[in-house]
Design a protein around this ligand. Sequence first.
Ligand code: C2E
Ligand code: MG
Ligand code: MG
Ligand code: MG
Length: 283
Amino acid sequence: RAKDSGKNTHEFFNAEMNAQTVERLVLENSLRQALERDEFELHFQPQVNAVSRELVGVEVLLRWRHPQQGLVAPGRFIPLAEETGLIKPIGAWVLQAACHQLRRWDREGLIIPRVAVNLSARQFEQPNLISLVAGALEESGLAPQRLELEITESMIMQNPVETVRILNELKHLGVQLAIDDFGTGYSSLSILKRFPLDSLKIDRSFVDGLPQDGDSAAITEAVLAMARKLGFAVVAEGVEHEGQANFLQAIGCDSLQGYFFGKPMPAEHFVVWLAAGEATFAP
Ligand code: C2E
Ligand code: MG
Ligand code: MG
Ligand code: MG
């Protein structure tokens, strides 16, 4: 009996593993072709000045327009892209497309001050990362100060010596550097101070409970006070309500990003959103 049921469990487990493996292979295969087939698109989420509520920049968020599955969020394919190394060509495409889009808007008279692009840890292994960034700037003609690169704490902590070298080179190009999802990793502000970073983005998980939740409020206030003393600009992510926005403004946050101001939008929608004058949320 026991042996039988053990065997059944084993077979069931195998069948499930196989289904997962097949699904993964199918996904990996279509991910490989997605670039050639031009299935990726950039969405743009506004970032506003916390006081004036005017647009200060956009964060580029990648989407996959899958022929069968429709719009696929990065959480469903970035991990696989990282595992397979496909994130390198995909990430290069994102950088180039982001810089070009800003210049296209420039030519149309729509000046977006800054564009933020997420970098993955795997991209830091690329010996040509610096020339990739330099190339994207040069080909598009985008001024380096208008490009911000977002990296995470874990990327810094995995290989601090190598990371500081790369960040210094990137900084030398004139781009802005930001730490994404700040507070979710194990790094301290004093460690981050050793890296040539311009700003940090307070993770959504701290913003969620504001302003009611006392712990979130205390942590956010403390991080902000220290970040400002150390000379980092601070962006808050995941601002969904006016109460959160007003609290973050009151404690001295520099800029705000979240659904309250605008969701990530495809370029055409972003333009309509801007034209509708929704970029100003003056309190
Ligand atoms: P992230 O860089 O921290 O981006 C913020 C995420 O929070 C985005 O999810 C955004 O849509 C979402 N978000 C923004 N405001 C709000 C809000 O008010 N409420 C809530 N609930 N969510 C909000 P998304 O677009 O699904 O991206 C997830 C993650 O995927 C990003 O987190 C980033 O780590 C990664 N990612 C996105 N695009 C790229 C890319 O081009 N390259 C790389 N390497 N990673 C990317
Ligand atoms: Mg980000
Ligand atoms: Mg983030
Ligand atoms: Mg995140």
